[in-house]
Write a protein that binds this ligand. Structure first.
Ligand code: AP5
Ligand code: MG
Length: 219
């Protein structure tokens, strides 16, 4: 399956992506995670992305599109993938859809995890991520088994660099202005699948899996 995950910052894209990727056996590609890893490793890509990310702005299309197009040429994504956080502009959507149709493939769904901004502002201060593997936790809604440590790899949990109030406000604004037009875009292509992301994590997962299984049956 080829799936896109849409939704505001903090909607739960990364949280749900882990389950979807495992259940459907498709690689999870998060542009945000790739940028964050490159920033902590001090690479050229990280240097290009850092200032934008710290301010809550989008990394320019020319950097992001090249990154994703190169990633989608690798062997492990031949049978499918889950894109988390890409596309985020209509231009990115156009490039992706063109690439998919030119290679004779199909996109199965654009999953929108819908969460109003009032929820997001409450959720963000409690998020903690693993410094090493990027897994996402929440102090209240999704705590790790052992306080401050990642369940998967045991490394330290930290607050994300762009989870401070100003950057969250900016990310929500950028989402409304630049990413929300993609909802209409994929609705017109009859690919949009809406998920209510305000419910508990397990309930959201259940609905996503049900809807994706139904799509698989119709293929
Ligand atoms: P990215 O990392 O994609 O950031 P984002 O879209 O802001 O999304 P987040 O990762 O913050 O949230 P999420 O939806 O994954 O939520 P999570 O599962 O962690 O991008 C970062 C930056 O990179 C961007 O700002 C931009 O600069 C750049 N970038 C990335 N892609 C780009 C692109 N295509 N073009 C240009 N620039 C790009 O959950 C959040 C919290 O809520 C966690 O604590 C979690 O435990 C908790 N939670 C999850 N689900 C629930 C629930 N149902 N109930 C209660 N709590 C929940
Ligand atoms: Mg994420």
């Amino acid at each position: 399956m080829r799936i896109i995950l849409l939704g505001p910052p903090g909607a739960g894209k990364g949280t749900q992506a882990k389950f979807i990727s495992e259940k459907f056996g498709i690689p999870h590609i998060s542009t945000g995670d790739i940028f964050m890893r490159n920033i902590s490793e001090g690479t050229e890509l990280g240097r290009k992305a850092k200032n934008y990310i710290d301010q809550g702005l989008l990394v320019p299309d020319e950097v992001t599109i090249d990154l994703v197009m190169n990633r989608l040429e690798q062997n492990d994504v031949k049978e499918g993938y889950l894109l988390d956080g890409f596309p985020r502009t209509v231009h990115q959507g156009d490039v992706l859809c063109r690439m998919i149709s030119e290679s004779g493939q199909m996109l199965d769904a654009a999953l929108l995890i819908d969460v109003p901004s009032s929820y997001i502002k409450e959720r963000m201060p409690g998020r903690r991520i693993c410094k090493f593997c990027g897994s996402s936790y929440h102090l209240q809604f999704n705590p790790p088994d052992e306080e401050g440590l990642c369940d998967h790899c045991g490394h330290e949990l930290v607050q994300r660099r762009d989870d401070h109030v100003e950057a969250v406000e900016e990310r929500l604004k950028v989402y409304e202005e630049q990413t929300m037009p993609l909802i209409d875009y994929f609705e017109k292509k009859k690919l949009l699948v809406r998920i209510d992301g305000t419910r508990e994590i397990e309930e959201v997962t259940r609905e996503i899996v049900e809807k994706l299984r139904a799509l698989e049956k119709n293929e």
